[in-house]
Ligand binder design. Structure first.
Ligand SMILES: CC(C)(COP(=O)(O)OP(=O)(O)OC[C@H]1O[C@@H](n2cnc3c(N)ncnc32)[C@H](O)[C@@H]1OP(=O)(O)O)[C@@H](O)C(=O)NCCC(=O)NCCS
Length: 224
């Protein structure tokens, strides 16, 4: 891990340091992900699948930042943000044999509705990319989102939640977004994740909808 110091003062307090994550941190990231998102489809695929997912987010062709919060030398939280190019599609494409093997040796995974949904999505992604490059989104909403800094994932170890760590990670992500010239941020949250929604609203995020029915999109306008 490298300590965050690029500008705006040191990002740490007495107990906690924020760092840029490196590949060696990914097993700890996967561990926290599995504890913080116990019911997610990714968690059910196992720790190596989770580690590979974040490896793609760290090393793939993205314009992103991976932040870790460290207390007493231990990773206690993380945040991946920025502009991601194929966060899911690239992961599925790069790891399709591994993912197929995971499902072959754990066939019961297919009975899980979350995994089934993700499998359908993964199959669509593979069919799509087999036909050529993924088509670029052309809608106005998509191009607006393109100029916005996305929060792909944020999580704090359950034993360390409620101590201000999530807030510190988010504030650092916002500082970096501003520094890189973004004026807005976006994320998607599960509509039943009331804990996270409460946390985001407390940080000034607002629910965003274009159709009237809210599907988990949230946005925040950044100002200096
Ligand atoms: C959501 C999460 C990242 C928040 O991190 P955290 O370290 O527990 O939150 P913090 O202690 O930094 O809280 C920051 C502020 O949000 C407030 N807050 C936290 N949870 C809240 C809630 N459920 N409702 C209202 N406010 C809340 C805190 O009171 C605090 O307010 P303050 O600024 O007045 O002090 C963390 O709980 C988590 O990892 N959850 C599981 C994974 C997850 O759902 N991630 C988001 C997926 S989209």
């Amino acid at each position: 891990m490298t300590t965050v110091q690029d500008s705006g003062g040191p990002a740490h307090n007495d107990l906690l340091t924020l760092s840029r994550l490196v590949q060696d941190d990914l097993p700890c990231v996967a561990h926290i992900h599995m504890l913080a998102f116990p019911r997610s489809a990714l968690t059910r695929l196992g720790k190596e699948a989770v580690r590979r997912y974040y490896e793609w987010q760290l090393l793939g062709p993205h314009d992103s930042v991976a932040l870790g919060a460290v207390a007493d030398g231990e990773l206690v939280g993380f945040c991946f943000g920025g502009v991601f190019r194929g966060a899911l599609s690239g992961f599925v494409r790069k790891n399709r044999l591994f993912l197929a093997w995971r499902i072959l040796i754990h066939p019961w995974l297919v009975t899980n509705p979350l995994i089934r949904d993700r499998l359908k999505l993964g199959t669509r992604v593979l069919r799509w990319t087999a036909r050529g490059p993924v088509p670029r989104a052309t809608s106005r909403a998509a191009s607006e989102q393109h100029r916005s800094f996305g929060i792909l994932a944020i999580a704090v170890h359950p034993a360390s939640q409620g101590l201000g760590i999530g807030k510190m990670l988010m504030q650092e992500a916002e500082r970096i977004a501003l520094q890189r010239g973004f004026t807005s941020m976006h994320l998607t949250v599960a509509t039943d994740n009331l804990q996270a929604i409460g946390f985001y609203e407390r940080q000034g995020w607002r629910k965003h909808t274009t159709t009237g029915e809210w599907t988990g999109q949230m946005r925040k306008t950044l100002s200096l």
